[in-house]
Design a protein around this ligand. Structure first.
Ligand SMILES: Nc1ncnc2c1ncn2[C@@H]1O[C@H](COP(=O)(O)OP(=O)(O)OP(=O)(O)O)[C@@H](O)[C@H]1O
Length: 266
């Protein structure tokens, strides 16, 4: 449904992304993982046409995204970016309702359907009671959930998210990722927390130095052999009771304390 082939982005004589390829099937949740500066945001921006690649192409439903009008892309792809929008004194419900823009006709005004969609999206992220709050007054986590509500309100079949759990406490990390999974959308999500990636993604793509160095199901990508050279930490994988795996990190090769923790789980 969305596919990148041979993507390259160059800046200042350096490839930020090099020969990157990925394919996301309909209804699949793909996690983009990789260390700081590995090119995750750059790749994501190419996927929604915000950045034109210097090599390769992104295909959306078979068409080159570079040839599609912005409004058409917005009907098909909703984005939760890393940065908060510039504050223009809007209330939360107004920011969320902006998600309806690609569905509006030429007539101004949101209409009752749009207002109901905004309220419904706010309730899904647990912010139903805060609709009238100025967006600027929200905490980091509330604002983040507000931007997710804006994307849900857009009702696009593809959802791209850049570190959506950044400001969220533990409860909302799981609630929001559980919600995203339950929507049945095609999702590409940048995640720093590899345990969340293991739990909520169908497949992972591992970026390092602008290249996709591994991709596949979490069990195939989250291995000590792949992760340790990339992050320069020691990695231990533990099976989870409910299937899947859990990772433990240490600065050095396993010391006595981590060995004890490991054995306590077995
Ligand atoms: N316009 C630009 N000009 C030069 N270098 C850039 C530009 N934009 C990004 N970069 C560099 O490209 C590399 C990849 O950046 P990117 O933001 O895609 O990484 P990331 O994996 O999302 O990182 P993080 O985990 O820190 O958010 C970084 O080294 C960054 O400094």
């Amino acid at each position: 449904m969305i596919e990148a082939r041979g993507l390259g982005v160059a800046r200042g004589g350096r490839w930020l992304i090099r020969d990157a390829g990925l394919r996301v099937a309909r209804g699949e949740v793909l996690g983009l993982i990789g260390p700081n500066g590995s090119g995750k945001t750059t790749l994501l921006r190419c996927l929604y046409g915000a950045l034109a690649p210097d090599a390769g192409e992104v295909r959306l439903g078979g068409a080159d995204i570079g040839a599609l009008p912005r409004r058409e892309i917005a009907r098909r792809i909703a984005v939760v970016p890393q940065e908060r929008p510039d504050d223009s004194g809007q209330r939360l419900r107004e920011v969320v309702a902006l998600g309806r823009l690609p569905h509006r006709g030429l007539m101004p005004g949101l209409g009752a359907g749009g207002a109901a969609a905004a309220q419904h999206a706010l309730e899904r992220v647990g912010l139903g009671a805060m609709a009238e709050r100025p967006f600027a007054s929200l905490s980091g986590g509330e604002a983040q959930r507000g931007l997710i509500a804006r994307a849900l309100c857009q009702e696009a079949p593809i959802l791209l998210l850049d570190e959506p759990t950044n400001h969220l406490d533990l409860r909302y990390q799981h609630e929001v990722l559980g919600l995203i999974r339950s929507l049945g959308l095609t999702v590409v999500i940048v995640l720093h927390d590899l345990n969340l990636a293991a739990r909520y993604c169908d497949r992972l793509a591992l970026l390092d130095g602008g290249q996709v160095i591994a991709s596949g199901p979490p069990e195939a990508v989250l291995t000590p052999a792949l992760l340790e050279p990339v992050w320069q930490v020691s990695v231990t994988t533990l099976p989870r009771r409910d299937s899947g795996l859990h990772l433990i990190f240490a600065e050095r090769p396993l010391d006595g304390q981590n060995q004890e923790l490991f054995h306590a789980h077995h």
